[in-house]
Design a protein around this ligand. Structure first.
Ligand code: F6P
Length: 361
């Protein structure tokens, strides 16, 4: 019998987190009469017992708000928790402390909203005996056990709008405009927004590029009388036999590599090879902020409701997931650790190529 749920949002934020929280709290409190405890700032709150006891009014008016009212963190791994003592840093397993806190609150099930890192810890808590249900979040859309993560489509909207705006200025000045987008080791944002925005070249991690071929396709456009080009570059794109472009190594983070900067590299090379003036826009965290679009509001709501339904049925150790048009669930054991990348010969790449997009391959 479930009476009390816990909920937290972990990892990098994305649009739709509040919509999931709203769906969880409303369904749990109104439909089933459960109590809901929210832990602040991801696993940090679970370890330090920093929590809020939700009242139903707490989630009113947040459906369309970006960010997360609970806060989040992409630096706190409860199994390797950073502890600083007199300036000395140690990494300590605090998972028992987190379990203790959950038990002390009498929580029957934790709903953990996060990407691969957060859900890997959720899987590990499940192995330790905690009742857990995961909800897949990330703008990168790189989780293998769901067709779509919430937050992704809003990031695609933001990137598409940026491409639309770059088009007009590129055309006026006869320039090459580069847009660098996020996505980590997957090219979903670049590919989807690139197709939606009519990009001429899309560079993604899954297809290593030859810069000469990229330059050739831009020069070919010039021959055809098109004096501007739009190039969308995923932050994880790299040249054939090349290296990833890393902007920062953050040793205090469980996932220390921060990608960034490949757009500048590509721009310098294109300008050199084509002689066409080239400018770069790095979209950055704009892709993570702001209001979720209607698609993400609906998907987040479906995920939040499904998570509570599963808890009510006593089905734990699962992650809610979208397969086709159906919201279903997959074991957390199978849901983490496998990166979902763009298939280089898949339908999306093929249709882009059919309409003339170059991938530098
Ligand atoms: O995973 C989401 C994401 O926005 C990636 O696309 C990006 O590489 C990374 O997080 C940025 O992390 P941070 O917010 O720590 O800079």
């Amino acid at each position: 019998m479930v009476r009390r749920l816990g909920v937290m949002t972990g990892g990098g934020d994305c649009p739709g987190l509040n919509a999931v929280l709203r769906a969880v709290v409303k369904t749990a409190m109104v439909k089933y009469g459960y109590e809901v405890i929210g832990f602040r700032d991801g696993y940090r709150g679970l370890v330090l017992n920093d929590y809020v006891h939700f009242k139903s009014g707490d989630v009113s008016g947040i459906l369309d708000k970006g960010g997360t009212i609970l806060g989040s963190s992409n630096r706190d791994n409860p199994f390797k928790f950073r502890v600083e003592n007199n300036g000395k840093v140690n990494y300590v397993d605090m998972s028992d402390k987190a379990m203790e806190n959950v038990n002390a609150h009498g929580i029957d099930c934790m709903i953990i909203i996060g990407g691969d890192g957060t859900l890997t810890s959720a899987r590990d808590f499940s192995r330790k005996g905690m009742n857990v249900i995961g909800v897949p979040k990330t703008i990168d859309n790189d989780l293998s056990a769901t067709d779509t993560t919430f937050g992704f489509m809003t990031a695609v909207d933001t990137a598409t709008e940026a491409i639309d705006k770059l088009h007009s200025t590129a055309e006026s000045h006869h320039r090459v405009m580069i847009l660098e987008v996020m996505g980590r080791y997957a090219g979903w944002i670049a590919l989807t927004a690139g197709i939606a925005g009519g990009a001429d070249v899309i560079l993604i991690p899954e297809i290593e590029y030859d810069i000469k071929k990229v330059a050739d396709s831009i020069l070919q456009r010039k021959v055809e009388g098109k004096h501007f080009s739009i190039v969308v570059v995923a932050e994880g794109a790299k040249e054939i036999k090349g290296e990833l472009t890393v902007s920062k190594v953050d040793e205090s983070s469980p996932d220390p590599i921060r990608l960034g900067g490949v757009g500048n590299k590509v721009a310098a090379e294109i300008e050199k090879l084509t002689g066409i003036e080239t400018r770069v826009t790095v979209l950055g965290h704009l892709q993570r902020g702001g209001r979720p679009n209607p698609y993400d509001r609906v998907l987040s709501t479906r995920y939040g409701v499904k998570a509570v339904e599963l808890a009510n049925e006593g089905k734990f150790g699962l992650m809610v997931s979208l397969r086709g048009n159906e919201v279903t669930a997959e074991p957390l054991e199978d849901a983490v650790g496998t990166l979902k990348q763009v298939p280089p010969d898949g339908e999306m790449v093929c249709i882009a190529k059919s309409v003339g997009v170059g991938f530098g391959d």
